[in-house]
Design a protein. Structure first.
Length: 163
């Protein structure tokens, strides 16, 4: 019982999975970033190790890809959102998607603001919002599995380019 026959474009799918993979990578490559950040604030030449460099530049890449993803979403046709037949759940889903897009952009912006401009409080905001975003990512993934295996509406298959 699919709600739409329009598939996501290959570009939309690639951007979705690229951003997802980079967010997950950066989450796991964040160990020691607090220490690196403090070293960086003390002396701008310190704090630049392989892990911190990867974390910072992957974050900048995420900002760029999210901007591209939003532009592609606005100019491209996308499948209609899957409906659950529960209006409240559908509204929550839409709101969560908006919040997830916002956090995908703001989390690395906060991190970049902390790292490049030395705004210490943004480092704390970055960490808190990253954890919130990861919680939403888990809920998002769970919802995709719910749609696929409980509602059987092929939502998950759309993001693999199979429907």
């Amino acid at each position: 019982m699919s709600n739409s026959t329009k598939p996501y474009s290959s570009l939309q799918i690639a951007l979705h999975w690229a951003v997802a993979a980079l967010i997950i990578l950066n989450y796991f490559v964040s160990e020691g970033m607090g220490h690196a950040f403090h070293q960086h604030l003390d002396n701008s030449n310190d704090g630049y190790g392989l892990v911190s460099s990867i974390h910072v530049y992957v974050g900048l890449t995420i900002i760029a890809l999210v901007i591209i993803r939003l532009i592609v979403r606005v100019v491209s046709k996308t499948p209609a959102p899957s409906k659950t037949n529960y209006a409240m759940l559908d509204r929550v889903s839409k709101g969560m998607h908006h919040l997830l897009y916002l956090l995908m952009f703001l989390v690395p912006v906060f991190g970049a603001g902390a790292w490049f401009f030395g705004i210490h409080i943004l480092g704390d905001v970055h960490e808190i919002t990253m954890n919130l975003m990861m919680l939403l990512v888990l809920i998002h993934a769970s919802a995709a599995l719910f749609h696929q295996y409980i509602l059987k509406d092929d939502t998950l298959l759309k993001m693999f380019g199979r429907k």
